[in-house]
Design a protein around this ligand. Structure first.
Ligand SMILES: NC(=O)c1ccc[n+]([C@@H]2O[C@H](COP(=O)([O-])OP(=O)(O)OC[C@H]3O[C@@H](n4cnc5c(N)ncnc54)[C@H](OP(=O)(O)O)[C@@H]3O)[C@@H](O)[C@H]2O)c1
Length: 349
């Protein structure tokens, strides 16, 4: 498999992207993170060719931390700041949606530029919490203006379904990618989004491919898995509504056996199952909390799952439910447990 993906002409990213939500304040529920080790992990990842990082304007403290990384790279003789790609997001607060105008958008983008120590943002991924509040297409249009002004290089979207993504694309906003939660046991993007993206040459940047770390040897044979992070709280809900604990354990067994055959980890097999879906231009965003998994993640692109491996995994999954609705639909639904765990006013906090 190609190790890089051309997201746009002249702009290539690593197919395993280093996800940084995990570094956000409050994400770790118990204990703390060793940020010196995380910085070491960033250098190691970049040295190994995993040069693309994903963050957001609403990941508290993370744009600033990546800005520190950029500063360190400026002073080093190895990888330079121009060799890495930093993807951020533009996530207006839910309470602010009705007052989003060009100035609001530009202020957020200027804040990201300053925090990240960049002259231009490589990719800004646009999120809109509530389709019922008008203004999403206009706000995406502000980003196009900021692209024309040179503050943004490329525009992406995050957590849009095919129908609403199409409204933005049809309005002439040059969207190169969309982020979606897509894993072995959350295959909602397969309903419509993947086909739309294929037809419109939009890359899919997949998150949740490791289910917050639940798709790993560590949980094989375990009787329970108390969430240690906010992302695990979410993915445990997905396990409950799809495989159930027993089905999840069966999946770990299956992935474990396949991984062993290829001398890789369960995480690698789970990542490749998603990246190997036919016809998709994609990358997997894998969350980083330490240097512990650097070597493993660098191996994700070094082997191939066979057609028989993929068929075996699919056959297993066919026995279980796929989550209801389109990507991020449950997360948008008032009263749903998926929505209740989300914080929707972090930008101005
Ligand atoms: N657009 C959105 O709405 C959205 C939403 C969620 C996430 N994201 C992006 O996607 C990224 C990924 O987040 P996620 O919540 O979906 O988490 P994930 O990538 O499914 O899981 C990450 C966790 O898996 C464990 N891990 C990482 N590499 C591993 C390996 N090789 N082997 C075993 N375990 C490994 C780590 O936990 P331990 O260190 O504890 O083992 C890490 O915290 C985020 O950082 C963010 O950039 C975007």
């Amino acid at each position: 498999m190609e190790k890089r993906l051309d997201l746009a002409p002249g702009y290539s990213i690593s197919r395993v992207i280093n996800g940084c939500w995990q570094l956000s304040e409050g994400h770790t529920l118990r204990g703390g993170l060793d940020f010196k080790d995380v910085m070491r992990a960033f250098h190691m990842l970049a040295d190994q060719g995993l040069t693309t990082f994903d963050c957001a304007d609403i990941y508290t403290g993370v744009e600033e931390f990546l800005g520190e990384f950029v500063k360190e790279l400026k002073g080093s003789s190895g990888v330079s700041p121009d060799d890495i790609q930093i993807h951020t997001k533009y996530v207006p607060d839910i309470d602010a949606l009705s007052r989003v105008d060009f100035q609001y958008t530009e202020n957020i983008i200027d804040r990201s530029l300053k925090r990240l120590n960049r002259d231009a943002l490589d990719l800004v991924q646009f999120h809109w919490w509530d389709y019922a509040v008008p203004g999403a297409v206009e706000a995406a249009g502000h980003m196009k203006k900021l692209k024309d002004k040179g503050k943004i290089r490329h525009i992406g979207a995050t957590n849009f379904d095919a129908e609403h993504l199409a409204e933005i694309v049809d309005a002439g906003v040059p969207v190169v990618s969309v982020q979606a939660q897509y894993s072995v046991f959350d295959r909602r993007p397969e309903k419509r989004l993947l086909d739309y993206c294929k037809a419109n040459n939009i890359a899919v940047l997949c998150y949740g491919t490791l289910a917050g770390g639940y798709l790993a040897e560590r949980w094989r044979g375990s009787a329970m898995a108390k969430p240690e992070t906010r992302s695990q709280v979410k993915y445990l809900q997905v396990i409950e509504d799809t495989l159930g604990w027993k089905g999840y354990q069966g999946l770990l067994e299956l992935l474990g056996n396949i991984a062993q055959k290829h001398a890789v980890s369960i995480a690698n097999a789970a990542t490749r199952f998603i990246l190997d879906q036919p016809g998709m231009r994609s990358a997997a965003i894998v969350g980083v909390r330490s240097s512990r998994h650097v070597a493993s993640n660098a191996k994700a692109l070094s082997f191939e799952l066979s057609a028989a491996d993929i068929a075996e995994i699919r056959q297993y999954l066919d026995n279980y439910a796929v989550l209801d609705g389109e990507p991020f639909e449950l997360e948008r639904t008032i009263g749903s447990k998926y929505r209740e765990i989300m914080k929707m006013n972090l930008s101005e906090e």
